[in-house]
Design a protein. Structure first.
Lengths: 115, 393
């Protein structure tokens, strides 16, 4: 099963809800496409909601950082929301928790984007 | 098809003619089936239609557009006015190709001709599917040969024997989940007498990760010969990898490096986004070496810091890739806590034996399920005098 990705917009922030697995060949391309589509539409504040990500492997981590780089290179901002225990563990081991802005509260995360 | 469900028009023909038509169809079928090349199947059927059945022309349109169209005789250009169309289906009811038949100039197809063509099309579809599968088998055999060669070369790059360092027992083990993998392990003796070791894991698995692992090896080996602090070595490998571009950055590398000074047992470790290395001291305590920075090649200009500590006699070290901790039983992963615990509980001071026992523990946890990720580990034991005596053959 690949990941299901939907995008909502709130207060100028594109909230990308990822549901399922982000692994090699599963979900990773969908996430990449969704991010590029938002950037093309000039939506440069992205909040990746990973609450429903059931599993993520090293390829999924590669996709997250690739999305991070694409967004930052275009002058955008990206934050992560609601990490599951598994994803949080990966962020800690790889020290990516020091790179990404991670939040557990959607409203607070939306408010924290630069106006 | 129609011919299978409707009453056979042959019934109106005299018996001799019915037999002759069936014999002709049998012969045509034999010809279509007597080759295993896709193009040849279609060419032979086209010949039969034009030469034997005296159609003006026959054209096969490939539904996947992977093969060039095959034609014989004269067929008008698309949209094929006044032509007859016959689809060729696979056993799974997938459209394989479409046959366009241009009837003789003097008229349309008789019901007998149509029935014959339908019978021939059914047989050609079977022959075409078999030929397609055969070609796929050949292609697959070539890919398999390539992968076998890749596996052989990758295995030959894995250290075949551990350095014999007096007072130390060193063991390494690696198993890939596909033919080739993205885990990497290396041990080098440097000119200054120290030993440099690394356990690394390229994101993903399979061939793409294996290619990146080889590039990592080249980088590691060329920089290892330079007198660089360990943290600087890691940073430079990471920078080189990042400079390879966006595709390489997605296949970043987590790595844990170690430099061992054997004369006084001082060890220096740098962890770049890798699973923590574990040090088990003789007194029973454990220290974990966490990452000091993100994985190599992910971001430019990353810097790392090293930890230096006395690796006293009786202590043991374990470096591993996440394939070990992600071995699972249903939804439950083995996890790093259990792995470190198993390492502590294996009281052996023989490094290869420690790894063998870890592999057994993991296999039994997963009830020998198929491996889902590459698994690699390095164990180093600094032997105390008693252990050294026991280890001496």
């Amino acid at each position: 099963m690949s990941a299901k990705i939907t995008v909502r917009h709130s207060d100028g922030v594109a909230i990308v809800d990822v549901n399922g697995r982000i692994t090699l060949g599963e979900g990773s391309v969908g996430l990449r496409d969704a991010v590029l589509k938002e950037l093309a539409a000039d939506h440069k504040k992205l909040l990746l909601n990973l609450a429903e990500v059931t599993y993520m492997d090293s390829s999924g981590v590669g996709e997250l950082t690739s999305a991070y780089t694409s967004i930052r290179n275009q002058g955008g901002e990206v934050k992560l929301l609601n990490l599951s225990e598994k994803v949080d563990g990966l962020m800690q081991i790889t020290k990516l928790a020091t790179i990404f802005d991670i939040s557990d509260d959607e409203n607070a995360a939306i408010a924290s984007f630069k106006k | 098809m129609d011919s299978a469900t409707s009453p056979l028009p042959q019934n109106d023909l005299p018996l001799e003619q019915q037999v002759a038509r069936l014999q002709a169809l049998l012969e045509a079928t034999r010809q279509a089936h007597s080759t295993s090349a896709v193009n040849e199947v279609l060419t032979r059927t086209s010949h039969i239609l034009v030469r034997e059945l005296e159609m003006e022309g026959a054209l096969f349109l490939d539904s996947s557009s992977t093969q060039p169209n095959v034609s014989w005789g004269t067929v008008p250009a698309a949209p094929y006015d006044n032509c007859y169309r016959f689809p060729l289906f696979s056993r799974e009811n997938q459209l394989l190709a479409e046959l366009i038949v241009a009837p003789p100039v003097d008229g349309s197809l008789s019901i007998y001709d149509r029935d014959f063509i339908e019978g021939l099309v059914l047989q050609t579809a079977v022959a075409l599917e078999n030929a397609t599968l055969h070609e796929r088998d050949l292609e697959w055999a070539r890919v398999q040969q390539d992968l076998d060669a890749a596996r052989t070369i990758q295995r030959s790059l894995f250290p075949t024997s551990m350095p014999a360092i007096p007072g130390f027992s060193i063991g390494a083990r690696s198993s890939t989940c596909y033919e080739v993998g993205g885990d990497y392990l290396d041990i080098l003796r440097l000119e200054d007498g120290t030993h440099l070791m690394v356990v690394a894991d390229v994101a993903g698995k399979g061939l793409a990760s294996a290619i990146v692992a080889t590039s990592f090896r080249a980088s590691f080996r060329s920089l290892a010969s330079q007198p660089l602090p360990l943290a600087e070595l890691a940073a430079r490998i990471g920078q080189r990898h990042w400079e390879e571009g966006p595709e390489a950055r997605r296949l970043y590398v987590t790595a844990i490096f170690l430099r061992l000074r054997t004369e006084d047992g001082i060890v220096e470790i740098v962890n770049a986004g890798h699973n923590p290395g574990a040090l088990a001291r003789s007194a029973g305590s454990v220290h974990l070496f966490e990452a000091s920075g993100t994985p190599l090649g992910m971001f430019p200009g990353m810097s790392y810091s090293s930890e230096t500590f006395p690796f006293s006699a009786g202590s043991r070290l374990l470096f591993y890739t996440d394939g070990l901790t992600e071995v699972s039983q249903g939804e439950e992963e083995f996890g790093s806590e259990r792995l470190v615990q198993a390492f502590l509980e294996s009281s052996s001071s023989n490094a290869p034996q420690i790894l063998e026992s870890l592999w057994e523990t993991l296999a039994s946890f997963s009830t020998n399920a198929q491996q889902v990720d590459d698994m690699t580990a390095l164990a180093i034991c600094h032997l105390d005098p008693l252990q050294q005596e026991l280890a001496t053959p």
